[in-house]
Design a protein. Structure first.
Length: 301
């Protein structure tokens, strides 16, 4: 059963929508209701609904504002915009703001509502797939280099605006070329995938993990100083080393990684210099024997 959120300050509209959804053919829907801008935005950002029906008029503010705020805060729930107006301007503004479809209240029937929801859900799935292709590394499923660079610009601005620390950890698989040379490139791909999985398991949901290139992986750690970033880097090394990686049921290999940790503003004043600091720390970890984590300040001693 699909969960639908209605954001509308009119209780009668909730009852009408509930009746329409009970009379649709095929797939069944469960309707939740929020009657204020604030409550609706909070529920929408939780990401627990498959789609949202959003009214244009919401007291002193309107649905267009809510869509824009939700999108700015990362909402990906498909939204169908509802209004009593038939003006083309409202239609275009709603779609430009991020709505997936648009319905005039007086024209809604169970069939029209079901068709609009089905369209919005399908469009949402397609956009999610395209977004994933554009931002994810195909082999590991981690964020790709382009998305990492975009995130670093965003996090640098946030760090400067709010005075928050920003941690960065660069990770490199030790002796990765030997894996490819000894076992073949398919084995190298399998090792990279498993290492990526283990590393991703060591960070919080608010942090980001990306494939930087080749066998290098980078961790963007929000509100994290150098000491905390080093702790994450050490956990990553331990998680990778803890168990061998099985290439086949009979073939296993021991894999380790080296890691370098740095943070803004302790070690750098910009995203670029932060990346350079973490890279320098990674180089020091490799120079000191690999399978270890080194913080940027330790490279100067």
């Amino acid at each position: 059963m699909r969960k639908i959120l209605l954001i509308d300050d009119d209780r009668m509209q909730y009852k009408v929508t509930q009746a329409h959804l009970k009379n649709v053919a095929g797939e069944k829907y469960e309707l939740d209701w929020a009657e204020t801008y604030e409550e609706g935005l909070e529920l929408l950002l939780q990401g627990l609904h498959d789609a949202c029906l959003l009214d244009y008029q919401l007291g002193p503010r309107n649905g267009l504002q809510l869509i824009r705020e939700a999108m700015e805060r990362g909402c990906r729930t498909p939204i169908v915009f509802l209004t009593a107006e038939t003006a083309e301007r409202v239609d275009l503004e709603a779609m430009d703001a991020g709505a997936h479809d648009y319905l005039v209240k007086g024209e809604i029937t169970p069939r029209i509502l079901e068709r609009s929801l089905r369209y919005a859900l399908k469009l949402g799935e397609t956009l999610d797939a395209l977004r994933r292709m554009a931002t994810r590394d195909q082999l590991t499923g981690l964020l790709n280099r382009r998305e990492f660079e975009r995130i670093m610009v965003e996090e640098e601005e946030r760090s400067e605006r709010f005075g928050h620390a920003l941690g960065l950890v660069m990770v490199d698989i030790d002796h990765f070329k030997q894996v490819n040379d000894t076992h073949g490139h398919s084995a190298g791909d399998a090792v990279l995938q498993e290492v990526a999985r283990r590393i991703a398991g060591e960070v919080r949901s608010v942090d980001r993990v990306a494939r930087f290139g080749g066998e290098e992986i980078v961790l963007v750690l929000v509100q994290t100083d150098r000491a905390a970033a080093l702790e994450v880097a050490q956990r990553v090394c331990t998680a990778v080393e803890l168990e061998p990686i099985y290439l086949t049921p009979e073939t296993k290999i021991d894999v380790t990684v080296s890691a370098g940790a740095a943070a803004m503003p302790e070690d750098a004043a910009s995203a670029l210099t932060l990346l350079n600091a973490a890279d320098k720390a990674l180089y020091a970890a490799k120079a000191r024997g690999r399978n270890r984590a080194v913080a940027y300040n330790e490279t100067r001693t």
